[in-house]
Design a protein around this ligand. Structure first.
Ligand SMILES: Cc1cc2nc3c(=O)[nH]c(=O)nc-3n(C[C@H](O)[C@H](O)[C@H](O)COP(=O)(O)O)c2cc1C
Length: 188
């Protein structure tokens, strides 16, 4: 069975939601998924024995969580050997404005360069705003950003901008890149 590592960092929960969705999509396609929530300090056993890798992280104040870089440092050699993809989650990914798109491109490019990682595919995924996960100041700042853009906030306090259909298309394309299991694999 072809194995795919899906590892992520999530601060308010949306990348967690996205990574679990991606894992389910891959499992439905017949892959064996090793899912790791990096910030939970879970065991990382098996992370280096996959035929492909998807890393996901969200942007906060212009950068990703440092634990994502540490993960790449720990698993760099095996990660660089197989096809990989980076899912960069942010609010700006929902924007059509050229400067906002350029800003997130710059953030992801800098991150990959600093960590010496060149994934085959990079996807900017629009995230979400979960009010209950934000402190007072964060809520005020992010609400005013959305209001200025004319994005309607959901009355429940959960404003989701993720385009799940587009994400599914991306995953389906990435799945085509995954090679057959290596000869050492004993699983059926
Ligand atoms: C404190 C804070 C700072 C943020 N900074 C940025 C940012 O610089 N650029 C951006 O596009 N989105 C920014 N966001 C939006 C997050 O990337 C978005 O809410 C994402 O869905 C969070 O994913 P997570 O819940 O997995 O952490 C910020 C959100 C918060 C709460």
């Amino acid at each position: 069975m072809r194995r795919v590592l899906v590892a992520f960092t999530s601060q308010e929960g949306q990348t967690h939601h996205i990574a679990h969705h991606v894992a389910r999509q891959l499992e439905d396609k017949g892959f064996l998924v090793r899912l790791i929530d990096i910030l939970q300090n879970e065991t990382e056993a098996g992370a280096d024995d996959c035929e492909a890798v998807i890393l996901a992280g969200s942007i906060h104040r212009g950068s990703y969580h440092h634990a994502l870089s540490s993960f790449i440092m720990r698993h760099g050699p095996s990660l660089r050997e197989v096809p990989s993809a980076f899912l960069s989650v942010s609010l700006s990914a929902a924007s059509d404005e050229t400067d906002e798109r350029a800003a997130i491109d710059e953030i992801s490019n800098r991150f990959m360069a600093e960590n010496g990682w060149s994934p085959e595919r990079v996807k900017h995924v629009a995230g979400a705003l979960h009010d209950r996960e934000l402190n007072f100041v964060e809520r005020q700042v992010l609400h005013s950003i959305l209001d200025n853009k004319g994005v309607e906030r959901h009355p429940s306090g959960n404003t989701e901008l993720t385009d799940w259909t587009e994400l599914d298309r991306f995953i389906a394309e990435f799945a085509q890149l995954v090679p057959p299991p290596r000869a050492t694999d004993q699983s059926p």
